[in-house]
Design a protein around this ligand. Sequence first.
Ligand SMILES: [Zn+2]
Length: 343
Amino acid sequence: MEQMSNLLAMAMSAPPTRAERAEMESPQVSKEIDENKHRIRSDVALTEGWKMRTEPPKPKICQFCGKTLYHYGLKHFAGAHEVFLWLEEPEKCDCMQAQEYWKQQERLKIEAEIEEQRLKEAERMKKRVARLVKESGIRGRFINRTFERFEITDMNRRAYEKCKRYADSFSIMLPGKDERGNVTPPQKERNGLFITGSYGTGKTHLACAIANQLMQGGTPVICMTMIDLLAKIKNTFETDDSATEADVMKLYEEIPLLVIDDIGSEQPTEWGNTHIYSIINARYEAYMPTIVTTNYTGSELVRRMTPTYGGKLGDTRNAEKTLDRLHEMCVGVEMYWDSYRSR
Ligand SMILES: [Zn+2]
């Protein structure tokens, strides 16, 4: 027993091996020692007279500092002093510019991977849109409502610029993900738009212009009137096949941009209000950007969104909760003027 604990003590106090020491001092160095068990640099192999199946590639010159960069060859097996394969790329230079260059290359590679991931995700999302709601809502008269076709006047210029800036910087409106895959808030906390104004001033045109620009850039968008949005949910359980109400709701919650046009102008129902609140609240929780347009504000909008029973206004809480969320999520864009005089 005593002998064993002595051995243990000895083992514990034994000086660390070279590899262990290197590991403690710098994990990078130890990795190199490990790699060099299996590979040898061409200049060393030549001076040590190693056998080789092919000549080593001609060394290259560092484009930054002019240092000679040799190629590594893979050792045939330990003790045979033979190189059986030369690596195609020479060693990386250790000068500062070269290190900066390789770091930059690594960054570019990661960015390209992220972009590829984004496009794949967008493709998947578009297929879901096609399967569940058939189309994004951008069709017919909406498809022509672009920024290019928007007639800028002195009155609508501010609203136009706000919306154009929003579309141009949309990437900072989207939430991110940390290394663990958890959702992180977007750079811009209030990442939605609440476009209000009088009838015919171009609210829908600007909302559609944002949607059109983003879709051109490959971002999946759903842009519908509140009536259509709700009708799509109803359709799924009245007609369909495989799509369920939950599938459509989940799509509304997860689409990168949801535009709800013309809230407050439909005939309100308890059912519709519950669903709209549920969508808005889910998007709020997940930091997903949302744009709404409406002809009404404040208490009038609450009234417009609340069903009446025998001429008496029903429970306004769902409408209030929905608007409360939207105000927290959105930046306001106001377009109030007499639309006929501005033409
Ligand atoms: Zn160099």
